[in-house]
Write a new protein. Structure first.
Length: 265
C-alpha cells in the first residue's frame, strides 16, 4: 500500500516546529519514536505526531508530565503526573473556518514547489521559506495553481519575488526545502469565547465514552498559531469562560507560539 504521508513529510512537519526556540526537542523526538514503533497506520501516526507537537506548550507548563500511552483514542493521550493517571483529550479551535480549506490548498501548492526545488538541487535550495502573496493572488483553477507553483519556484531560485509572490524571507534549514506562509497577525483578530464553549459542549457529550481507568480526564484546547486558520490576538468576552460546566476535571486553552495558557476550569 502506498504511504499517505512519507517519512520526509513527517520530518518537514517537525522541522517547522524546530524554528520555535521554546520547543522541548528531546521529549518530542522520544514520543515521535514511540509513535513510529506502534502498529498505527501511517495516517494515524502522522495525526498523533501532529497532536503531540501541539502539546509542546502544555509540557512547559507541566514539566513533570510523562506520557505513557500515545496511541489511544478516547482520550487522545494518557499521562502520569503527581502519581495520578491523567487522560488528556486534545482539540484544536478553528478561529477562521473559511481559511481552513484555503490553507490546505496552499500547502499542496507549497509541496509541489518543494518537490521541484529538491529534484533540481536540495543542497542549493534547502531552507525554510516564508512567503507573502499579492492581494489578488488566486489559485481556484488548476491553471492558477500551476502558475503559482512556478512563481514560487522561480522566486526561491532567484531569491526575489516573482509573479504572485509579494515578499519572501529565508531561514536556515540543514536538510530540506520547506515552504510556508509568512506569519502575520491582525491586532484586532479576536477569538470568540463562544467557539471555545461550543467545543467544550461537544466534548462533554463524548465524556462518558472515555477511558474510565484514569484518575482524572483533562481537556486541552489548542490554538495552533502556526496555522492561518487557528491564529488569534485575544479572546473576546473571556469572562464567559468562567461560566463553563463540564465533567472534565480540568480544561485549558493553549496557544503554541508563546505558550500562553488559560485555565478555564
Amino acid at each position: 500500500m502506498k504511504k499517505v504521508f512519507s517519512d520526509e513529510d513527517l520530518i518537514k512537519n517537525l522541522s517547522l516546529y524546530y524554528l520555535n526556540r521554546h520547543l522541548k526537542k528531546k521529549p518530542i523526538e522520544k514520543y515521535h519514536r514511540k509513535i513510529d514503533e506502534s502498529q498505527l497506520h501511517d495516517r494515524e501516526k502522522y495525526k498523533k505526531k501532529s497532536e503531540i507537537l501541539l502539546l509542546n506548550s502544555f509540557m512547559h507548563h507541566f514539566p513533570d508530565v510523562k506520557f505513557e500511552n500515545l496511541t489511544c483514542e478516547s482520550p487522545d493521550f494518557i499521562a502520569n503526573l503527581n502519581d495520578k493517571k491523567i487522560g488528556i483529550e486534545l482539540t484544536e479551535v478553528i478561529n477562521h473556518l473559511e481559511m481552513k480549506k484555503i490553507e490546505s490548498n496552499l500547502n499542496k501548492i507549497f509541496r509541489q514547489a518543494e518537490i521541484l526545488l529538491e529534484q533540481e538541487d536540495t543542497t542549493k535550495h534547502r531552507g525554510v521559506y516564508f512567503l507573502e502573496f499579492h492581494s489578488d493572488f488566486k489559485f481556484d483553477t488548476l491553471e492558477e495553481q500551476q502558475d503559482s507553483i512556478i512563481s514560487i519556484y522561480k522566486s526561491i531560485k532567484k531569491g526575489k519575488p516573482v509573479g504572485c509572490v509579494k515578499r519572501l524571507r529565508k531561514s536556515f534549514h540543514r536538510r530540506n526545502v520547506f515552504i510556508t506562509h509568512e506569519y502575520s497577525m491582525n491586532l484586532f483578530d479576536e477569538l470568540c469565547s463562544d467557539k471555545i464553549l461550543e467545543l467544550i459542549e461537544k466534548k462533554n457529550e463524548k465524556f462518558p465514552y472515555y477511558d474510565t481507568s484514569v484518575d482524572e480526564c483533562w481537556l486541552v484546547i489548542v490554538s495552533d498559531m502556526n496555522s492561518i486558520a487557528s491564529r488569534y490576538t485575544f479572546i473576546q468576552d473571556k469572562e464567559h469562560l468562567n461560566e463553563v460546566k463540564s465533567p472534565f476535571h480540568k480544561i485549558f486553552h493553549l496557544e503554541n507560539l508563546c505558550g500562553n495558557m488559560t485555565s478555564i476550569k
